[in-house]
Design a binder for this molecule. Sequence first.
Ligand code: UGA
Length: 436
Amino acid sequence: MKVTIIGSGYVGLVTAVCFADLGHEVICIEKDDNKLNKLKNGIVPIYEPGLDDLLDKNRKENRIKFSNSIEEGVNFSNIIYLCVGTPQGEDGKADLSQVEEASRQIALYMKDYKLIVEKSTVPVNTHQWVKKTIKRYIKNKEIEFDVASNPEFLREGSALYDFMNPDRIVIGVESKKAENLLKELYKYFIDKNYKFLITTPAAAELIKHASNSFLAMKISYINMIAELCEKVGADINEVADGIGSDKRIGRAFLNAGIGYGGSCFPKDVKAFIKIAEEHGIDFGLLKETEKINKQRRLKFIEKIEEVLWISKDKNIAIWGLAFKPNTDDIREAPSIDVVKELYRLKANLFLYDPKAMENFKLLFPEKDNIHYKDDPYSAVEEADALLILTEWDEFININLEKIKAKMRLPIIIDGRNIYDKKKLLELGFEYYCIGR
Ligand code: UGA
């Protein structure tokens, strides 16, 4: 099949490359010239494991191409995916201006039937607005079209795996024609008996926000239990294993730590609270989820102060700037708040992350007491303490004896619970973690 993807950001690009790899012919429309030039030359502007190789393969096999022309995209196929950004706007509401603009432009160039599919995360009933906009701007009012919702559930860092191994594919459709087109597009997964849910567009839109909010809630929940564990001397990992062994609950997303970040959970929880509010519903549960998550960063800073007493002039190594491992994304990362506060307190900071340092430098350029290091070992040289903010494998598998030998004081404050506490104490570290 032929597919058009509008917007070559994270979601658009992964979707496009994966559809191409399934054998479809894909065109990606991107209006940012810089990004477009990179993509045309086979350069992936973001870090996502495996994406560059897969793009390369599908470019060579001529299944994917890039353009800045919406007209070309609309003429190319009759399935058009909206993968444009829906950033946080005023008061936490999603800013839908790019969805509106893309809908208008699609309408201008439509000459025959099109199925417009929302992939971007949008508030419930956005499909109604997309439909209304196309109806208003389309020149030939006789042309038929459908609007559907097909939310994405890709995690950064494992997006390709998630695309190819979905827990479920959700399509929200209003016509048999739209349903059949999407079934054909996803035939590979249907043939392999993956769960394929057919809903209304409104339900599909809600499923996306409700899923992310639920996962965020799970994280805040376990983080509160972790706080209680610290008070009563229990180990959060044991508690999480115990709770998570109940199939109805599940162990995933019960890892306590410094809280969630990224481009999705913080934005989506906020947007979902707003959506509920607009319908007269006070979603207190999610407000509390958000509040608990914000407190994690403050509590972590408090922990640093309790351990170090005074941060001024201390050499503090920080491992992990990305909001999670296997990505260079630092949006809403806990590292931002921690670095900001320690900088204010005049600590000497030595930062290391395997992928996110270039992005972090844009926020915190190298200066007097902010230093970037090329590897985790040089970051801890003469350090009074090491903070761990992202659970990269590189840190989990590190030679801790070598680390200890380099540090001035063997103090680790671990915001992601990556080490065996007993082992660290045996090695002679002072080890502080979350809920243990
Ligand atoms: C999330 C969802 O997991 C995806 O299903 C969804 O498609 C995506 O948002 C999106 O809306 O685009 P992502 O933000 O990439 O994916 O990352 P997650 O793996 O979900 O992690 C989110 C945050 O939660 C990270 O900061 C992570 O460190 C934190 N987390 C996760 C915990 O603190 N504890 C856990 O047990 C799990």
